[in-house]
Design a protein. Structure first.
Length: 109
DNA sequence: ACGTTGACGGATT
DNA sequence: TAATCCGCCAACG
């Protein structure tokens, strides 16, 4: 089977993001990794832009649970996450409790 | 066709 | 510990 570096990449990334359950979050890197593209965190950003509004974009945060989205958008993201029951530790999501454990993909760091 | 951008992450210095 | 570099790859100007 051949790897496809085409649009199906976003398709996969989107599907992956959609799997994040309410009350949980994942980092860009984790999403890319779980989607099958380790290291392609930036493509996750594009995937979100391309379909922002359909996907639970708010459940995707930076490494360490840091919210990277600047301005009011970031505040909004934080607000929504809190609504979903995600606890914060200062400006970061409490990853210890809310980092989504990807079935069979978790990098056991 | 080419260079830059982007809600990044991790390794290296 | 902080600052810098490099890799990822599609979209945009």
């Amino acid at each position: 089977m051949k790897e496809q570096t085409n649009s199906s990449m976003f398709t996969r990334i989107r599907a992956t993001i959609r799997k994040i359950p309410r009350g949980k979050v994942a980092t860009y890197g984790d999403v890319a990794y779980a989607a099958g593209f380790p290291g392609a965190a930036r493509q996750v950003v594009w995937a979100l832009h391309g379909s922002g509004g359909i996907l639970p974009w708010q459940r995707v945060v930076g490494a360490g649970g840091k919210i990277l989205l600047p301005g009011v958008k970031g505040a909004e993201q934080r607000f929504i996450l809190q609504t979903e029951g995600v606890a914060f530790s200062g400006l970061r999501v409490d990853m210890k409790q809310h980092r989504y454990a990807w079935p069979r993909f978790r990098k056991t760091r």
